[in-house]
Design a protein around this ligand. Structure first.
Ligand code: NAD
Length: 376
């Protein structure tokens, strides 16, 4: 695998401001060495891996499912049969360091509960693998730093799975904002609410999740406010509410947070674990507004502009239909491979994951303090 030594990784808090806030255009130029797809091993075979990522890997152009890492032998058997994975490419969390001798696996995609991302990322990096890691990156900034450092030491690329930064409607909204089609931005209203179901799941356990709806789905609202403004917020206020204290003993049920940006833009963001599904944003600018309904879903996104012009795409790039849920996942993995092969930084680096965890923890500080906290 090619050397990453010339990559300059940034880890200091001050340097975080130099992370690109907006996705760059995906390169179509593949290195000669990229004719063969890179091998991906999925680490954690839960709902997301089974229902989205593995299906997406059946459509990726430059990535291929070649291995799995699981603590559940029955899943290993089922996945082996379903995806034709050889025994030599099946690992558990304790022996994944043995991947160091396995050329079939180039990238480990970490899809375990949030507080295990550092454990799995560091093990994969030490085994010489590039790492693509689910959001949120981890539950503390210290653990995010350790992940960045481990990948840097191993000279491997680290990316965070912010799938919306690869989705056509989001990219169009970023373009509209950047080109100021409606003038300067004034306000962003963004939210992601779900009914999170099972009261026994790890998402309600603070030690494994690091927080509640903010860490899980509010992160989409936060990300959108940042990539739409291309700014970093300077302060935040926030409140949480709970209507089901029995279920939400350890993590917040609902949160509303407000971000103040240097230009004067205000971000009004909401998230909930106990509401009817609702996801998307509205951007209010000087001369009009635009936004996405169903905007953070896997499919079905609907765009709208105040001037009546279309903000709707039938994305044919992968020959997918509107009903398919995997295209965002295929795109983010293919882009990650292209970054590896072409020695380019990813638009979703570990430093961005760290930046967002840092902001979310400060939003929790704002809840506790009951007043605005500085993010500068
Ligand atoms: P899940 O509960 O369905 O799967 C988690 C997997 O981790 C399971 O296979 C489980 O066996 C395994 N695991 C290993 N150690 C565990 C432990 N100590 N406790 C519990 N499970 C353990 O969760 P999921 O929905 O697949 O989420 C996994 C990750 O993916 C999370 O970080 C989540 O935030 C992220 N996610 C991202 C998206 C997205 O759209 N990008 C969507 C859903 C989840």
């Amino acid at each position: 695998m090619s050397s990453f030594s010339r990559r300059k990784f940034i880890t200091s808090a001050a340097a975080l401001s130099s992370i690109p806030l907006v996705g760059t255009t995906m390169s179509n130029v593949l290195a000669e060495s990229s004719k063969k797809p890179l091998g991906f091993a999925l680490c954690g075979l839960g709902k997301l891996s089974a229902e989205q990522i593995a299906p997406a890997l059946q459509h990726t152009k430059y990535a291929k499912l070649t291995g799995i890492i699981t603590g559940t032998p029955a899943k290993a058997t089922a996945w082996k049969q379903k995806y034709n994975i050889p025994d030599k490419n099946i690992y558990n969390y304790d022996n994944m360091h043995e991947m160091v001798n396995n050329p079939d696996i180039d990238v480990v995609y970490v899809v375990t509960p949030n507080a295990l991302h550092a454990r799995d990322t560091i093990a994969a990096a030490k085994a010489g693998k590039h790492v693509f890691c689910e959001k949120p990156m981890e539950v503390s900034t210290a653990k995010c730093q350790q992940m960045i450092e481990a990948c840097k030491q191993a000279d491997r690329l680290l990316g965070i799975a912010y799938r919306c930064q690869f989705e056509a409607h989001h990219l169009e909204c970023i373009r509209i904002a950047r080109e100021k089609e409606f003038g300067n931005l004034k306000m962003i209203n963004s939210g992601f609410c779900i009914d999170n179901g099972d009261p026994k799941q790890w998402r309600l356990n603070h030690a494994l999740a690091g927080g509640g709806c903010l860490m899980d789905v509010g992160i989409y609202a936060l990300q959108s406010a940042l990539y739409l403004t291309s700014e970093l917020p300077i302060s935040a206020t926030a409140v949480t509410t709970v209507t089901n204290p029995e279920k939400f003993k350890e993590v917040e049920e609902t949160i509303s947070f407000q971000l103040k940006f240097p230009s004067g833009v205000v971000g009004n963001c909401t998230a909930s674990y106990n509401a009817i599904d609702n996801a998307g944003f509205r951007v209010v600018a000087e001369r009009g507004w635009y936004g996405l309904d169903y905007g953070f879903y896997y499919n079905g996104t609907r765009g709208i502009r105040s001037d009546g012009k279309p903000l709707q795409f039938a994305d044919k790039e992968y020959g997918s239909s509107e009903k398919d849920t995997w295209p965002q996942f295929a795109k983010e993995m293919d882009d990650f491979v292209q970054c590896i092969l072409n020695h380019k930084p990813t638009r979703v680096p570990g430093e961005m994951g760290l930046r967002d965890v840092n902001i979310m923890l400060k939003i929790y500080d704002a809840v506790k303090a009951g007043k605005s906290v500085s993010l500068a």
